[in-house]
Design a protein around this ligand. Structure first.
Ligand SMILES: C[S@@+](CC[C@H](N)C(=O)[O-])C[C@H]1O[C@@H](n2cnc3c(N)ncnc32)[C@H](O)[C@@H]1O
Length: 282
């Protein structure tokens, strides 16, 4: 699959998931988004860009931080995400928020527009992440900062359950395969930022425990987020068997009362433009 086909497939998955994304009663994107905004040091009156805004887990805390004198623009390539998030912003009366369809790979704004560019759990989905970071560096004002979140560690039971599901993919469906990850760890992220003309100012890890009523609730959550990319390729006649295998893998994460508890760690990296950023090749 080419880079751009992979990107289109990723957006298609989120387009399908938009109405349930972060709306099924699991603590995950909300607290991670709030943490990202907290780390970005946004001030009242700031001009902020949130790339890959989804349903606003980052956008809405950012709007709280800028207050009505600031401006927060959310962009996403999935039109349903944009439509629903725009509706939520209007319902909340947030006049400082606007949401539009635009590509996080190459956001369409003049250089030096923003005090902060935020990217919650999205940069690793982009076809050319290093190039996107170079663009974000150019969009920042001289005192601006980029804050991104990336996955640091998955719960072992989550990984086992996902592998159990992948075992039910048709033989001709490519398995998720490890590729070179420019956001694999703190050292790699620092190097990736440097290539984009950015200097890491802070790097912190954050853990969230997510609780699920049962395995059915976990499957519902998987359909509502990026996990849908895997589930949509499992033939319907294999869904029951796939769920049973995932349930077995999730036994290790059972809590008293029958629920499931999974802990996920993300890394939040805040970076600022290097003094020589203007000379970084694009
Ligand atoms: C994992 S979600 C994260 C959403 C949100 N930032 C949050 O923290 O909940 C990734 C989002 O990025 C969007 N996305 C993926 N590729 C994109 C691209 N090239 N341009 C803009 N948005 C993109 C998806 O549509 C989806 O809404």
């Amino acid at each position: 699959m080419t880079q751009s086909a992979r990107s289109n497939a990723a957006v298609e998955v989120f387009e399908e998931a938009a109405s349930s994304y972060d709306r099924i009663g699991v603590s995950f994107f909300g607290p991670f988004g709030a943490e990202l905004v907290g780390r970005a040091g946004i001030r009242p009156g700031d001009r902020v860009l949130d790339v890959g805004c989804g349903r606003g887990a980052v956008l809405f805390p950012a709007a709280d931080a800028t207050g009505p004198t600031g401006r927060v623009t959310g962009i996403d390539l999935a039109p349903a995400m944009v439509r629903l998030t725009e509706q939520d912003a209007r319902r909340l009366g947030l006049t400082q928020v606007d949401v539009r369809v635009d590509d996080a790979q190459q956001p369409d704004f003049p250089p030096g527009t923003f005090d902060a560019v935020l990217a919650g759990l999205v940069v690793f989905l982009l076809p050319e992440p290093q190039q996107a970071l170079r663009t974000y560096a150019r969009l920042l004002r001289p005192s601006g900062r980029l804050a991104i979140s990336t996955f640091a560690a998955q719960d072992a039971a989550f990984t086992a359950a996902t592998e159990a599901l992948a075992g039910h993919l048709p033989a001709n469906q490519p398995r998720p395969s490890p590729t070179a990850d420019p956001f694999a760890d703190e050292r790699t992220i620092t190097a990736t930022m440097a290539e984009a003309g950015l200097v890491v100012a802070a790097s912190t890890e954050h853990r969230i425990e997510s609780r699920f009523r049962d395995v059915g609730h976990w499957m519902e959550w998987m359909w509502s987020r990026g996990g849908r990319a895997l589930l949509r390729h499992i033939p319907p006649q294999r869904h029951d068997a796939a769920t049973a295998d995932a349930a077995q893998a999730l036994e290790a994460a059972r809590v008293p009362g029958g629920g499931v508890s999974l802990t996920t760690a993300i890394r939040i990296t805040v970076a600022v433009p290097h003094a020589d950023a203007a000379s970084v090749a694009t």
